[in-house]
Design a protein around this ligand. Structure first.
Ligand code: PLP
Length: 399
């Protein structure tokens, strides 16, 4: 399990070299906070935000991020993917609301209710089972309500009721339940991260008219309407509604190549560092790593980096990727192994054993972004971050 050790920017290199020399992810909490604030500056001041911290905060660490955001008053709460993720937050003292974005299976409904974790609902049996559990609790003196958010499917065909007569009947049913409180209603766009926003905007209009219809039919106002993800926060101001859900841009990553990042100031928040385990000089004609897919064509100075795909460093970077050492590029030679790979340091004569290696982030004035690594490895930036293995220690930078 990861520790949530916090370190100052000045002490970072020293701490990594002494305590986590093999590999270490440096997570810049200041950058995450500043990304969140600059997104909020782009919204109406009263618009609330959900920090989407599913998959352990896209690999960055859900608990330290949530703990930092607890005191930000424009943050309504957090979104997780599972009850287990939500409970990790609760177990670490996080008290703001938590919404589960996907389907929650009935075995955990007691946990949900006891910890005020809001499920997304869209199946009648969810309503019935939540009501049944709540009734049992009410008999033992509990006098709360189960807060839920209704998922509406406008774009993804993933979860949610359709914005039609059947969907409206579901909303009416949810609103009529004795122990259920419909706190929110939300949808998710499939195509908000493109240049042409026609699809997302039309889906937003469909969602808004559906809400207008159900609120009129049931003579109520559902408190929290929400539909915007990161790309929509940046590109579709009319999709703000009561609340927005910020994921990828909070972590300083781009929703896609098509989303402009000049309107909202977003900075990278992740560094991935190692140290050289071994240096050797070899002549021409020497094969490197499994399969001998690379053979030196000249006398070569090579460094071994003690990180591999077992850490989530993509094997598809074999013979394609590079790292930075003393601010200079060192290309990967041969295949990336599970726990080690080799790089060419022939052009970096100052490189020595134990020197710092940058896999993602800054080295002197040079930078490797997670997007560039994604392009080189044929992977999605979100996926790369999520795949950083828990065996990589995380250090959190604050102040
Ligand atoms: C993951 C997710 C988000 C956040 O999306 P980003 O593109 O990372 O901002 C928002 N809403 C839902 C329903 C999601 O599943």
């Amino acid at each position: 399990m990861n520790s949530h050790e916090i370190v100052s920017r000045l002490k970072l290199s020293e701490k990594m070299a002494l305590k986590y020399p093999r590999v270490c992810a440096a997570i810049d909490l200041d950058a995450i906070l500043s990304n969140m604030r600059s997104m909020h500056d782009n919204l109406k001041p009263e618009t609330k935000m959900i920090a989407v911290i599913k998959t352990d905060g896209y690999g960055f660490g859900a608990v330290p991020i949530a703990k930092m955001l607890e005191t930000e008053d424009y943050i309504w709460g957090y979104a997780s993917a599972t009850v287990e993720e939500a409970m990790e937050l609760r177990d670490n003292g996080v008290v703001k609301p938590i919404l589960i974005l996907g389907y929650t299976f009935p075995f955990s409904y007691d946990t949900l209710i006891d910890n005020e974790i809001r499920p997304a609902v869209f199946r009648y049996d969810q309503l019935e089972q939540l009501e049944e559990r709540a009734l049992l609790k009410a008999k033992t003196g509990w006098n709360g309500k189960v807060k839920v958010h209704i998922a509406v499917d406008t774009s993804m065909s993933r979860i949610g009721v359709r914005p039609d007569d059947e969907g409206a009947a579901f909303v009416a049913k949810a609103l009529s339940m004795k122990y259920i409180e419909v706190e929110g209603i939300f949808t998710h766009f499939a195509r908000a991260d493109e240049k042409d926003l026609t699809d997302a905007i039309s889906k937003k209009d469909i969602f808004a008219s559906f809400i207008e219809r159900v609120e009129k039919e049931n003579n109520c106002r559902i408190p929290l309407h929400h539909c915007a993800n990161s790309a929509s926060i940046i590109q579709i101001p009319q999709a703000q509604m009561d609340m927005v859900r910020a994921g990828v841009t909070m972590y300083g990553m781009k929703p896609s190549e098509d989303v402009p990042t000049d309107k909202v100031k977003i900075g990278p928040a992740l560094g991935l560092y190692s140290h050289i385990a071994y240096i050797k000089d070899v002549p021409a004609g020497v094969p490197v790593s499994y399969g001998g897919t690379f053979v030196t064509d000249k006398p070569t100075r090579m460094a071994t980096v003690p990180v591999g795909y077992g850490d989530g460093y993509p094997r598809s970077l074999s013979n394609k990727g590079y790292v930075l050492i003393h601010g200079k590029k060192a290309p990967i030679l041969g295949r990336v192994c599970m726990d080690q790979f080799m790089v060419d340091v022939s052009d970096i004569p100052e490189a020595l054993e134990n020197d710092e290696v940058t896999l993602i982030g800054w080295s002197g004035d040079s930078h490797i972004s997670i997007e560039e690594l994604g392009d080189l490895s044929g992977r999605f930036n979100y996926e790369l971050a999520c795949d950083l293995n828990p065996r990589i220690p995380r250090l959190y930078i604050r102040g």
